[in-house]
Design a protein around this ligand. Structure first.
Ligand SMILES: [Zn+2]
Length: 342
């Protein structure tokens, strides 16, 4: 088969890779219906995160079970499944507390920008759709559940979004936009999206944003204070991972409010004394997507939510390099890749 391999800054190639097979008895091999490029893939793509030689890319996936190992009983060949970017046994104490992305047996997925994918811990990681293969038009939304939607949902949950609350979302990438959608689903009354990009502002409004703030940094914080009686928001979702976005999030939160952070941090440092006087709760990390998958799959299959709208570029997998370029240039919010079993 052929799949995506990153060689160095802005050098992503579509080339021959070994077709995955069952290695451990707990594995499944999937034939992917769709995969995509993640905002976090852009860090190594831009050379801002070191790679250790040629690196197969991709960690978002959904598709059909092709084959399972001898220990896998609850997942069967032919089923359509969605899995998280982090594998989990779904039985250890961390999993039982709902933090499957800290499973004691966790592995982070790689290699999903390909027609076939091996998934370890298949029983604990994969969630089948209840009524067999889904209609084609909702495959993008199911793919979104694998990471960006699950992460946006965790961002809203970790920021304690409650009915009637005021929410700020920092970051207008796919995760931030789906944080808006999630906050709306959780009943937030006011949702302020921070974005200066018109197409993204539009989608934020479609997903439920009530206000848009285009300013950033200190100006952005004072706009948020203007909109919240001078005190800040109940819940702030930090969906970027930079020093500026983290400080913007903390300062946009009212004393006693909640900040979630789900963007992988790059050179973020917090000053303890300053943090002390903000009185905010902080809760973040790699999203435990597995916790939310059954509920998200149901919301999608019932067409209550349409998170697949974040994919504004659809390409055959062999054009994966164009997908990275378009996202790097911010011409696309998120690129969907359709594998052709080749
Ligand atoms: Zn576990």
């Amino acid at each position: 088969m052929r799949g995506a391999v990153l060689y160095g800054p802005r050098d992503i190639r579509f080339e021959d890779r070994e077709t995955p097979k069952i290695v451990d008895p707990g594995d499944a091999v999937l034939r992917l219906a769709a995969t995509c490029v993640c905002g976090s893939d852009l860090w190594p793509y831009r050379g801002l995160q070191q790679i250790d030689g040629p690196t197969p890319m991709g960690h978002e996936y959904c598709g059909f079970v092709e084959e399972v190992g001898s220990a896998v009983k609850s997942v069967k060949p032919g089923q359509f499944v969605v899995g998280s970017f982090a594998t989990s046994d779904n039985t250890c104490p961390n999993c039982q507390y709902g933090y499957q992305s800290s499973c004691i047996h966790r592995e982070f997925m790689l290699r999903a920008q390909a027609p076939f994918l091996r998934v370890p811990l298949a029983e604990g990681t994969l969630v089948p759709t209840p009524d067999g293969a889904p209609p084609d038009d909702i495959v993008p939304s199911l793919l979104a559940a694998s990471d960006v939607l699950g992460t946006g949902w965790f961002a809203a949950d970790a920021a304690n979004v409650k009915p009637g609350g005021t929410v700020v979302v920092v970051g207008d990438g796919a995760v931030g936009l789906l944080g808006v959608l999630s906050a709306r689903q959780m009943g937030a009354e006011r949702i302020i999206a921070m974005s200066r990009n018109e197409a993204r502002q539009r989608l934020a409004r479609e997903f439920g944003a009530t206000d848009i703030v285009a300013e950033r940094g200190e100006d952005g914080v004072s706009r948020i204070r203007d909109l919240t009686n001078g005190i800040g928001a109940d819940s702030v979702l930090e969906c970027v991972g930079t020093q500026e976005s983290m400080m913007q999030a903390i300062h946009a939160t009212r004393p006693g409010g909640f900040v979630s952070y789900v963007g992988v941090p790059h050179d973020v440092t917090l000053d303890g004394a300053k943090l002390f006087f903000t009185h905010v709760h902080l809760h973040g990390g790699p999203a435990p997507v597995r916790r939310y998958l059954p509920n998200l799959i149901e919301l999608i299959l019932n067409r209550n939510i349409d998170p697949g709208k974040v994919f504004d570029l659809v390409l055959p997998l062999e054009q994966v390099a164009e997908g990275y370029r378009a996202m790097d240039d911010r011409r696309a919010i998120k690129a969907l890749l359709l594998p052709q079993a080749a």
